[in-house]
Design a protein around this ligand. Sequence first.
Ligand SMILES: [Zn+2]
Length: 177
Amino acid sequence: MTNQDFPGERRFKPDDNCPLFSLRLENHLVDVINGAVPNRGNFCAYCFSPMGLLDALCVECQFDSTSTERLDQVPEEIVLAMKNQRSIESRWVNSFAYLGVLIAVVGGIAFVLATPIFNDRLIYATVAYGLILLIGSRVLAGFLGGYFGDQIGYSKGRAQTIKAWDAYRSKNRISSQ
Ligand SMILES: [Zn+2]
C-alpha cells in the first residue's frame, strides 16, 4: 500500500479545533499501518505528532510537552481514526469515479443512438462510441471522483475524525488549546 492508495492528499489546517492529522503524524501512521515501523517513539501529548527527544515544544501545535507526559506511542483510537478517515475518503472518490464511468457508458450509447449520421453506419458508430468511452470515462471519472468525491469524502471523513478526537479528549480529559 502506498500513499497513492489514498487520494485526496491535502494539507491545510481546518478551522475546527481538531489538531489531527499533521503531515508528520500522518506519514508516521501510514508507515505503522503498513508495518514499516513500529508504533513507538516520542509524540506530542496534544496532537500526537512525532517529536524530537530534546524538543520542548511541538513544532506542529506548539504544545508544551515538558509540562505534561509525552506519549511513547500514538493511541490506538487515533490510529483507527486515521484509517477510518482515509477509507471514507477513498470510498467517496471511488464511488464518484465509477459514476463517471457509468455516465460515459450510458451517455455514449444514448449519444450514438440519437445522432442521425450514425444510422446504418455501424463502423462510425462503434468508433465514436469507443472514443467517447475512452476519453469520456477518464475525464468524467477524474472530474467527479477527484473533485466531488474528494470534497464530500474529505468532509465526511473529517467529521468522523473530529468525533473520534472529541471522544478521545473527553475520555482523557484533554482541554482544547
Ligand atoms: Zn503537537
